[in-house]
Design a protein around this ligand. Structure first.
Ligand code: COA
Ligand code: MG
Length: 291
């Protein structure tokens, strides 16, 4: 799976920001037709994204297009405008049911067949950002074309009537539920936006907390957020080294017929080995070490 430590949005009708994103070495560039675009600029956003997909070289950055929400009345025209240009993936926001993903996936598959593109070469990411989405996570997360779920913190807060705080304790239940569903279905979990984009210490802290919860990446809205967020979701050298030692020690002890053992004064058994393997996998996905 493509690493998605930082997923940068910009309005699809803003060519300058799309071009700006190409030089940021960001994992994902998500050109938006939804909430980042004014109601009277939706057509420009569709056209802008189609042109950008056809004309620009995105390098290692994944090219994503975010549709308007299912049921908005805009989503069908959105997906029709961008599919012929083969984006790497479609982001479907405010998903609440499996049927909505089946609708998008059906159109994607038809385009893949019609144009002779490999089946499932266009991936799908679903925004879960309402109370209904959290209740239906199990069915939503089961769709085979999905690579990940994206937690929309501000939309969720507005939907349930939560009062926002910098610590986001009011979102903890939903934020953790999304990580749990992702782990259960082998999906990437992409955390909420930090909207205070001038405060880089804040984005660093909030990204670290997302990583602590189990998220593999985070949505970002400004170039300055890209590097700190990608760093927060890349295991540091120290944890990689520790994880390697732990896995090695585990293998040695297994051969000697011992399950649990002590390392640096701590009890080590299978769950800790799995956590260490997880760190090595994430390091490898981020292009760090042989894993
Ligand atoms: N992607 C690419 N480039 C961006 C960018 C983004 N998301 N946000 C800002 N930039 C560019 C600006 O165009 C500017 O470029 P320049 O120096 O060549 O003129 C530079 O980065 C610095 O921007 P800055 O002046 O600090 O911010 P701003 O006031 O222009 O924009 C926002 C602030 C919030 C409006 C802008 O960051 C933005 O549009 N973010 C994305 C919003 C969005 O898509 N929301 C929906 C998803 S949640
Ligand atoms: Mg949203």
């Amino acid at each position: 799976m493509h690493p998605r430590r930082a997923l940068l949005y910009m309005p699809g009708d803003d060519r300058h920001k799309i071009e700006k994103a190409l030089a940021l070495n960001v994992d994902c560039i998500c050109m938006d037709m939804e909430d980042g675009v004014a109601f009277n600029r939706k057509a420009e956003a569709r056209r802008g994204i189609a042109l950008a997909l056809g004309e620009l070289a995105f390098g290692r950055s994944e090219k994503l297009a975010r549709l308007n929400a299912p049921g908005s009345g805009l989503e069908a025209q959105d997906i029709e405008a961008v599919l012929p240009c083969h984006p790497d993936g479609i982001v479907l926001p405010k998903v609440e049911s499996l049927e909505q993903l089946q609708w998008a996936s059906g159109l994607i598959e038809a385009a893949e067949l019609e144009r002779g593109w490999p089946l499932h070469s266009i991936r799908m990411l679903a925004g879960v950002e309402t109370a209904r989405a959290i209740l239906n996570l199990k069915e939503i997360a089961s769709h085979p074309r999905l690579d990940g779920l994206i937690f929309g913190g501000e939309d969720y807060a507005a939907n349930v009537g939560a009062r926002r705080s910098p610590e986001a304790t009011e979102l903890l239940y939903a934020r953790s539920a999304v990580v749990t569903a992702c782990a259960a279905f082998g999906l990437q979990a992409i955390d909420m936006v930090s909207i205070d984009f001038r405060d880089l210490d804040m984005v660093r802290r909030q990204a670290a907390f997302g990583a602590q919860l189990g998220y593999s990446g985070k949505q970002v809205i400004h170039p300055a957020q890209v590097a700190p967020v990608q760093e927060a979701f890349t295991p540091d050298d120290d944890s990689i080294e520790k994880a390697r030692r732990l896995v090695q020690a585990f293998e040695t002890h297994q051969q000697e017929g011992r399950g649990a053992f002590a390392l640096d004064g701590k009890m080590i058994d299978l769950p800790l080995v799995k956590a260490a393997q997880n760190i090595l996998e994430r390091a490898q996905a981020a292009g760090k070490g042989e894993g």
